[in-house]
Design a protein around this ligand. Structure first.
Ligand SMILES: O=C(O)CCC(=O)C(=O)O
Ligand SMILES: [Fe+2]
Length: 207
């Protein structure tokens, strides 16, 4: 497993995305040898395919996911009451490294597994009230590069795109969730090993 030195973090190795009323920063090479983490992420995370009700009908969501959080933390996502798991070693290790490098605290993570180009996540904001008024979301990517898009709430034609590479960190904070939505669209590109994304979050209010 990777050690602390595997993090290549340095402030100058990141750059901000130019988006009004948002604070989005991209670190292309946050984790060295990132693909070496894939087997542990695939095996230790308790992946499942959830279903959500769309027009009164249960539909499987087009990706696998799993939610991990500290004791006593509750979280609902898109009306889905997520099943809670205790931290597995690989997620605990990545959280500790992130916290140390960023000087921030996270008490939960939503893990997403995009098995191929047909797996996706539609337009949404991570603006659940449990995350507070200005959520801080640290999003780590492993495996296939996939395109992540933003669109402005006030000007939906104002969009911003970024290809999230393996080993990258996308840090979203400030007004990002309040003023913008994001998605990961389907793609025709051939998937090599799938993509695992971890969105570390801080839940400030527990119901
Ligand atoms: O896969 C990604 O990069 C984003 C996932 C996402 O938006 C979420 O979990 O809320
Ligand atoms: Fe999201």
């Amino acid at each position: 497993m990777a050690s602390q030195q595997d993090f290549l973090f340095a402030a100058e190795e990141s750059y901000p995305l130019a988006m009004d009323n948002a604070d989005v920063r991209y670190y292309p090479q946050f984790i060295a040898d990132s693909k070496a983490w894939l087997p542990a992420l695939q095996q230790q995370i308790q992946w499942r395919q959830d279903s959500i009700k769309v027009y009164g009908k249960q539909q499987p969501i087009p990706r696998l996911n799993a939610w991990y959080g500290d004791e006593g933390i509750h979280y609902a996502y898109s009306g889905l009451q997520l099943q809670h798991h205790n931290w597995c070693p690989v997620l605990a290790e990545l959280r500790a490294m992130l916290e140390q490098k960023l000087g921030l605290r996270f008490n939960s993570v939503l893990a997403n597994y995009y098995r191929n180009g047909q797996d996706s996540v539609g337009w949404h904001s991570d603006n659940e009230k449990e995350l507070g008024p200005e959520p801080i979301i640290a999003s780590l990517s492993f495996g296939d590069t996939r395109r992540f898009s933003f669109r402005s709430n006030s000007q939906p034609r104002s969009t911003s795109h970024i290809d999230l590479a393996s080993g990258s960190l996308l840090l979203m904070q400030g007004g990002t969730q309040q003023h913008w939505q994001h998605q990961l669209a389907k793609t025709q590109q051939v998937s090599v090993q799938g993509r695992i994304n971890l969105t570390f979050r801080r839940i400030v209010a527990s119901r």
